[in-house]
Design a binder for this molecule. Structure first.
Ligand code: SD4
Length: 335
């Protein structure tokens, strides 16, 4: 089959409705209209972008790149930048919650269709770590820069230094300090990290992930989000996966790499995400006290998502339409 035909846009309506497999096995409830999304899965619908959580502005920004025929790598960078600049998101970029000493430290990575990867960890004072990660990928012989070195590189590349601690995040931190006993927080509510996967009209996939990490973490703590294979993994022959939640657990199971490898072996994105979560809950009896959520997208444009606790979901922009999809979860009721 000709590549162009293979990638041809398909209609969401039509014969496929009779077959009625959902485009994903996620619980595909559209929140606003509360209707089931069904599609003809025999055809591929590209371009498409999916992201952790309900990030409307981010998927819109990514879609604006994709609909003009832009590359997936540009789409995921632009999408992640939208969250990094949003001071209301306390888990990403400017306005992100600081560590327990009051310093905002950011982790971000990006991975392209050639399997190249760039990342920064524990970087301060720069609003857009995802763009610095891209510079690491494209302008250096390295893949990962940390701390002061990452910040210095960013400044050399023309990024401006800025205070990332907003009045609101400073106030919240000061409040936390009163009762915290200086203990880093591990809970299921500290979320809103963005992991994003996109396929462009050429059928190529890229991904990015960006976070300020766990709120009030220990100084120097690095989570999964910027670590290749954990918070993100892309293989342009298979698809991609990304993670949100308790980074330590994702790191220990190399979650995103695992999910991509499972898809390579024939699992659907949904099955692969479920297995990724299963690895964590079977090895950690404490799993009720933290959240992990995965999103996966294969090269056919099929996606899946799964998490430990209810409350996780993914945003998607495809075929000019934006939707939010609630994820099914290992634990069925809120604990
Ligand atoms: C981390 N995985 O640093 C990140 C946190 C996160 O939504 O995803 N929050 O562990």
């Amino acid at each position: 089959m000709k590549r162009r035909n293979f990638l041809k846009k398909a209609s969401i309506t039509g014969i496929g409705l009779a077959v009625a497999p959902t485009i994903t096995s996620c619980e595909t409830t559209e929140k606003k209209e509360s209707k089931k999304i069904v599609a003809d899965t025999s055809k591929t619908i590209v371009p498409v972008v999916v992201a952790t959580w309900n990030f409307k502005n981010a998927t819109k920004a990514a879609w604006e790149v994709l609909e003009k025929g832009g590359m997936a790598i540009d789409a995921v960078e632009q999408g992640c930048r939208a969250e990094e600049a949003d001071v209301k998101n306390t888990t990403v970029g400017k306005g992100g919650s600081p560590d327990r000493d009051g310093n905002v430290t950011l982790d971000a990575c990006i991975m392209n269709k050639e399997g190249n990867y760039g990342a920064v960890v524990c970087m301060e004072n720069i609003v857009h770590p995802v763009s610095v990660a891209r510079k690491v990928m494209e302008e250096t012989p390295h893949v990962l820069l940390a701390g002061k070195g990452a910040e210095q590189f960013a400044v050399e590349q023309g990024f401006k230094r800025e205070n990332l601690l907003t009045e609101a995040s400073k106030k919240a931190w000061e409040k936390w300090k009163i009762t915290s006993e200086y203990k880093p927080i591990i809970n299921i509510e500290n979320h809103d990290t963005i992991g994003m996967l996109a396929i462009d009209s050429k059928g190529d996939i890229s991904g990015a992930c960006t976070t300020s990490g766990m709120a009030y973490k220990m100084a120097g703590r690095v989570g999964d989000s910027a670590v290749i294979g954990s918070g993100l993994f892309i293989d342009n022959t298979v698809g991609g996966a990304t993670a949100t939640g308790m980074g330590e657990e994702v790191l220990k199971t190399v979650g995103s790499f695992l999910i991509v490898e499972l898809m390579r072996q024939g699992r659907t994105p949904q099955e692969a995400c479920e297995e990724g979560v299963r690895r964590i809950v079977t090895s950690n009896p404490n799993y009720k006290n933290f959240q992990v959520g995965y999103v996966a997208l294969n090269k056919k444009g099929e996606y899946g998502c799964y998490c430990i606790h209810p409350g996780f979901g993914i945003s998607k922009y495809q075929d000019g339409k934006q939707i939010y999809i609630e994820s099914s979860s290992h634990i069925k009721k809120k604990v």
